[in-house]
Write a protein that binds this ligand. Structure first.
Ligand code: COA
Ligand code: AMP
Length: 631
């Protein structure tokens, strides 16, 4: 099968193409209608299919004789723990936890919020929700209480599942006080919280609300799989937009299962029984798709790793895990490999391990910069595959189909559009651009299975944020171009979203926090380049008239507020006092210009600028702090 025949079939005959792919899964009622519009006019996949994602991912494999195969390898260098959980055991544990949730009143359509570190119980809780047809919303452990509170209010969970603590490189993060504070701040209150007590920091419980995980499951019955419609939501996953309020990306059950199963073979070249490792976190889309759902839907063994690429205990961690579990494909973010390279530039650790089972390394989450691509290819001798995707799509929009027709890689490119994604480059007026012309990367509708049909509780936001800029297209928010061979190069966001260590963050949200300081009149947060984390946020602030505060003191207070309000993962460490910010005559801060200055890019001064002198002034401020990249 060639790439072009696979791709063309998906674009010319999408219904037929995806119906064929859907046959790889076990449905309760196979769908007759592949694609139909919903009440909002959005294309929906497999509208009359009846299924259960947990049944497809677990019970089905046990029925097929895969019960004794390992489903999850849990490897936790931070707690010195390892577990190998078979499909039979995982099915039983998930069914029991689903029974425990049911005893707390959780039923189809209810939301369950999961705020957990990288422990098997996080995956068990997700799959238990899927089993009941309940909708999970996993929140990454690095978020602070107020971020959690915003998500509690938006998703309105009946139950919250959490753990007493997470473990970072050199410290324990107590989750329970953060959870308690978030529930205190939120208007919506869950009926119950189920807490996994970890010996590293047991938590105090609130009587009548909190239930110990082990008590909850102690005499819970095993719950069967609840049949759901393919278009029923499986989960909500919040991601940063351009405003302070995160967007709840909605994922359906049927389209998601089909895209997960298909991509596992087509992109990652994995067959049932193989071992796959996505070194990410269940709090991110990569974790949802490629730690939990896609590997299990495919009958693989998946590695769930509670550690970092470095310092747990050393820069050989990735190679150790790859050897130990005979990982066939490893998927992580470029920032992880930059961190390894910094600590072990000559890859001395790699020499200690047998990587003969490892066939491919995949990367996503941010642009794979050519130096990192060249380093990883050079030290491993393996194909290193960049692929571009977003929380909204759930899988790679552009990729190299390693299981269909591998193409030569070009450093800096995510290769070609994945089947189902009709990727176009448009100018600001919506005209299609030719090869090598940079513009807005858009996807012609319909989107393939798994892509979001709405923003949770706010269809208007989905429409205005993604579908209105170019009629008939989904706007990705990324800029880029295609070369003469159709290879896609993603060059970065066109909006105020930045990418810090593979984590997507909103500068607008950080600006809201800075603007809340009593001394700050106005501010702008921009992403500056960082050799390890890709980008780091910095704040430029204007003081209110008469504000009497030293820059150092202000910096410390602003850094603490961002950490306490958004979370440590924002990596906000620098706020500078500026005299003026470049603005239009109507008072809009020229953020794009600020980004161009700090990136060391050429820029043109907009004719609408209020005071051209503000530009050299801000450039010299950034230069004096070494915050301008060399072009
Ligand atoms: N719970 C609580 N705190 C967390 C956390 C979690 N789950 N994850 C990160 N944090 C904290 C960290 O402890 C750190 O705190 P600090 O400022 O007190 O040191 C802060 O958030 C920033 O974390 P991070 O950006 O991860 O920095 P790091 O120095 O700990 O690690 C890397 C750097 C590159 C090793 C790490 O970011 C990494 O492995 N990245 C891979 C990215 C990834 O998986 N992306 C997902 C998409 S594929
Ligand atoms: P997230 O939704 O957190 O997965 O972040 C999605 C964003 O990360 C995209 O819109 C891109 O800006 C960026 N991104 C992800 N993968 C890549 C990639 N392979 N190349 C370039 N940018 C990427």
């Amino acid at each position: 099968m060639s790439y072009s025949s696979e791709y063309e079939a998906s674009i010319q005959r999408p219904g037929e193409f995806w119906t064929e792919k859907a046959k790889q899964l076990e449905w309760f009622e196979f769908p007759d209608t592949p694609l139909a519009k919903d009440a909002n006019g959005i294309d929906r996949w497999f509208v009359d299919g009846i299924m259960n994602t947990c049944h497809m991912a677990l019970d089905y494999h046990v029925e097929q004789g895969r019960g004794e195969q390992v489903a999850i390898y849990y490897d936790s260098p931070v707690t010195q723990t390892k577990q190998a959980i078979t499909y039979a055991e995982l099915t039983a544990r998930v069914a029991t936890f689903a029974g425990a949730l049911q005893e707390q009143g959780v039923k189809k359509g209810d939301r369950v919020l999961i705020y957990m570190p990288m422990v098997p119980e996080a995956a068990i809780a997700m799959l238990a929700c899927a089993r009941l047809g309940a909708v999970h919303s996993v929140v990454f452990g690095g978020f602070a209480a107020s971020e959690l509170a915003v998500r509690i209010d938006d998703a309105q969970p009946k139950v919250i599942v959490s753990a007493s603590c997470g473990i970072e490189i050199d410290r324990i993060i107590e989750y329970k006080p953060l959870l308690d504070a978030a529930i205190e701040q939120a208007e919506h209150k869950p009926d119950n919280c189920i807490i996994l007590q970890r010996p590293q920091a047991p938590a105090s419980m609130i009587e009548g609300r909190d239930l110990d995980w082990h008590v909850a499951i102690s005499d819970a019955p095993k719950a069967p799989c609840t049949p759901v419609n393919a278009t029923d939501p499986l989960y909500i996953l919040y991601t940063s937009g351009t405003t302070g309020k995160p967007k709840g990306v909605v994922r359906d059950n049927g389209g998601h299962a089909v895209a997960m199963r298909y991509s596992m073979s087509a992109i990652y070249n994995m067959q049932p029984g193989d071992v796959f490792w996505a070194a990410s976190d269940v709090g991110w889309v990569v974790g949802h798709s490629y730690i939990v759902y896609a590997p299990l839907l495919t009958g693989l063994s998946t590695v769930l790793y509670e550690g970092k690429p470095v310092r747990t205990p050393d820069a050989g961690a990735f190679w150790r895990v790859a050897e130990e579990y005979k990982v066939k494909a490893l998927f992580s973010a470029p920032t992880a490999f930059r961190a390894i390279k910094k600590e072990d530039p000559d890859a001395e650790f790699l020499k200690q391990y047998d990587l003969s089972a490892l066939e491919t390394i995949f990367m996503a989450g941010e642009r794979l910069d050519p130096p990192t691509y060249n380093w990883v290819t050079g030290i491993t001798g393996l194909p290193v595959i960049d692929h571009w995707w977003q929380t909204e799509t759930g899988w790679g929009i552009c990729s190299n189909l390693m299981g269909v027709d591998p193409k030569p890689c070009k450093p800096g490119s995510a290769t070609l559009p994945s089947p189902g994604f009709d990727v176009r480059i448009l100018d600001d007026e919506g005209n299609e651009l030719g090869p090598n012309e940079q513009g807005n990367v858009a996807i012609k509708l319909p989107l393939p299975p798994a892509c979001l049909p709405s923003v949770w509780g706010d269809f208007g936001r989905f429409k205005s944020g993604y579908l209105e800029q170019f009629e008939g297209y989904y706007t990705s928010g990324d800029g880029g171009y295609k070369d003469d061979d159709g290879y896609v190069f993603i060059m970065g966001r066109t909006d105020d979203v930045i990418n810090v260590a593979g984590h997507r963050l909103s500068t607008g949200e950080m600006e809201e926090v800075l603007a809340g300081h009593p001394a700050v009149a106005e501010c702008a947060v921009i992403g500056i380049s960082c050799p390890i984390k890709g980008q780091l946020p910095i704040g430029l602030v204007l003081l209110k008239d008469g504000a009497d505060i030293e820059e150092q003191q202000l910096n410390a207070e602003l850094v603490a507020s961002v950490r306490n309000t958004i979370g440590a993962l924002a990596c906000f460490k620098t706020a500078l006092i500026a005299k003026r910010l470049p603005k239009t005559r109507s008072g809009k801060i020229l953020r794009k210009l600020l980004r161009q200055i700090s990136n060391g890019e050429d820029y043109s001064i907009p004719s609408t600028i209020d005071d051209p002198n503000s530009i050299p002034e801000i450039e010299s401020l950034l230069r004096s702090h070494q915050l301008v990249a060399s072009a």
